[in-house]
Structures are given as structure tokens and as C-alpha cells.
Design a protein around this ligand. Structure first.
Ligand SMILES: [Zn+2]
Length: 144
């Protein structure tokens, strides 16, 4: 091997190692972000279940109204699902209630989260392929 070939090889190994390190950092950051989001979603789900049970207790056997447009459900036996579920179905599509906008925003975030998970899996797979290629390249160069 000439001096120039040695330098080319060293530069390529250096670049491959830099790329591998950067890829590893991105992989870790994304992994931590997904774990953090999962933790927060679990916390919010538990909080939501607690609040839902509370709302159902408060509304059992009563009339419930949309406070924005006055739409009314109840009392209890006239609705097949729980009062709070019936009201929620209304407010999620009530143009006057802020929950319809919130519902749309939640749907957007759920979509972003799904994209993040898919991207994370793609990055992890690309990172693993890159690591394998770099290891094979270095092994073949060292064998010469
Ligand atoms: Zn309404």
C-alpha cells in the first residue's frame, strides 16, 4: 500500500467511526425521548381514568349539559352509555366547545408519536446496518 492509500484508508475509517458515533447518539436520544413520552402517556392515562371515574360519579342519575351550546342528555336510563361518555361524544364534535379543538390536537400528537416511533425503528435499523458495515470494513482493512 502507498502512503496515499494508507491516508485514504485512515480517513475513511475515521469518517465511518464519526458517522457511527453520531448515529449512536441520535439512536440514544430518540430512545430516551420515546421512553419519556411513554412514561408521560402512562401517567396521563392513569390520571384520565381517575378523573373519568370521578366525573361518572358526579353525573350518575343527573342531566348533563354542554356548557357552551346547552345540548342536554339524561337522566341516566335514557342514554345507553354512561352520561360522561354521551357528553364527551357531543363536546368532541361541538363547534362551540374548546374540547373539539383539543381532540383534534390530541389526534395530531398521536399521529406525530406514531411517526416518531416508526422513524426511531428506521434509525435503529440503519444504525445497526451501519455498525455492521463499519465493523466488517475495519476487520477487512486490518486483515490486509
Ligand atoms: Zn355543545
Amino acid at each position: 500500500m502507498t502512503m496515499s492509500e494508507d491516508e485514504d484508508r485512515d480517513r475513511m475509517i475515521g469518517n465511518a467511526m464519526s458517522l457511527l458515533l453520531a448515529s449512536s447518539r441520535v439512536n440514544h436520544i430518540l430512545h430516551d425521548a420515546v421512553l419519556e413520552i411513554d412514561k408521560e402517556m402512562s401517567r396521563l392515562r392513569a390520571e384520565n381514568e381517575r378523573m373519568t371515574a370521578w366525573v361518572e360519579d358526579l353525573q350518575s342519575g343527573m342531566y348533563v349539559n354542554c356548557v357552551y351550546c346547552g345540548h342536554r342528555y339524561g337522566p341516566g336510563a335514557t342514554t345507553p352509555v354512561s352520561m360522561s361518555d354521551a357528553l364527551r361524544e357531543h363536546v368532541e364534535q361541538c363547534s362551540e366547545h374548546p374540547m373539539s379543538a383539543l381532540r383534534a390536537e390530541v389526534d395530531r400528537w398521536v399521529e406525530h408519536y406514531a411517526d416518531l416511533l416508526i422513524t426511531g425503528l428506521e434509525i435503529e435499523s440503519a444504525h445497526n446496518n451501519l455498525r455492521k458495515s463499519v465493523q466488517e470494513y475495519i476487520a477487512s482493512e486490518l486483515a490486509q
